[in-house]
Design a protein around this ligand. Structure first.
Ligand SMILES: [Mn+2]
Length: 330
């Protein structure tokens, strides 16, 4: 059931022993939103904890210190930034998939799975929604909450550069700075720091990037062996997909990460006019119009080359029609 933000606030106000769930391969938005909400709820005298199927990356560890560890049996599960149950990942999907009371989200695609869902696709980040929720809960915005929410807003907008950034996003960021978020320090930590391992990965990625469809599609394949040898974490490797879109003439950048089980985790980044979510939906995924993801299973594509062929075909179908005919005329 779709509900209003006021309803969501009422549900949380009436609940206690609250477990906040992040999506798998957690990013700055799901983590920042979760820790901000947990800190706010603890500040209201409730017991609250954050959990997820995957460990947060190193750069997000500071968020843990914003809340007090509390042992309790959860009686109310709320997910943040999770568009579909499958995105909870395992083991959280089996444990909580059909018992989530409330979902706070900002994705346009996805399958509502919680008993009640509040979603606002105009929000650049789930953190914007948590920001708007705080006054409805009567929770004061302190410096810790502000830092966590800034983490969500800053990472989901690529440092306020992606087209999801709205005037409201910037107003919220300003309010977070006023409340004590150290924007320069957070931006450096979250967006401007890379490990030596990532530098090594970047070298290989740039050397191996390939172009299709007359340069309009860039493809990066990250084989398991490369990821393991460079020793980069999943959240560090998240910095690769945006690189594919930086090249002049590229309308869609596709990054394939080989998982331990041989499946490929695919990230698609596009220029305006090419719908990334539509490309990923063909493979059972989804996301935003300019950033989306899906998984290509080993059974469907025995090797990376087959997966690349299928993805390039999907990109081709998503290119603007006049663009395709122009190409054909040439
Ligand atoms: Mn998000």
């Amino acid at each position: 059931m779709l509900i209003t933000l006021h309803d969501a606030a009422r549900m949380l106000s009436g609940a206690d022993d609250i477990l906040i769930l992040c999506h798998r391969y957690p990013d700055g938005d799901t983590l920042g939103s979760a820790y901000a909400l947990a800190r706010a709820l603890q500040g209201l005298g409730k017991r609250a904890a954050v959990d997820g199927s995957h460990e947060p990356g190193k750069r997000y560890r500071f968020l843990r210190e914003l809340i007090t560890p509390q042992a309790f049996e959860p009686r109310f599960a709320v997910s943040v930034d999770v568009a579909s149950a499958s995105l909870l990942g395992e083991p959280m999907l089996s444990r909580w998939g059909d018992r989530v009371e409330l979902s706070l989200d900002h994705h346009r695609t996805g399958q509502p799975f919680a008993k009640c869902t509040f979603t606002d696709p105009s929000a650049a980040a789930a953190a914007e929604i948590v920001f708007r929720l705080l006054p409805l809960l009567g929770a004061p915005l302190d410096a810790g909450i502000a830092a966590a929410l800034y983490t969500g807003v800053s990472t989901d907008t690529g440092g306020f550069r992606f087209p999801n950034t709205t005037p409201e996003t910037l107003r919220i960021a300003a309010a977070l700075m006023e409340a004590g978020a150290d924007a320069a320090r957070l931006n450096r930590l979250l967006l401007d720091t890379k490990s030596r391992g990532f530098l090594e990965l970047e070298r290989r990625v740039l050397g191996a990037m390939r172009f299709f469809l007359g340069g309009r599609c860039a493809v990066c394949v990250l084989p398991r062996e490369t990821l393991d040898r460079c020793g980069v974490t999943d959240d560090e490797a998240d910095a690769v997909p945006p690189m594919t879109r930086q090249i002049e003439g590229v309308l869609a950048g596709v990054t394939l990460r080989e998982k331990e089980n041989g499946d490929f985790r695919v990230s698609v980044r596009t220029q305006p006019g090419v719908d990334a979510a539509r490309i990923c939906r063909r493979f059972g995924g989804g996301g935003h119009s300019e950033a989306a993801g899906c998984t290509i299973h080993r059974e469907d594509a025995p090797d990376a080359e087959e997966a690349v062929r299928r993805l390039v075909r999907a990109v081709e179908n998503a290119l603007p029609q006049d663009d395709v005919t122009k190409e054909e005329r040439e």
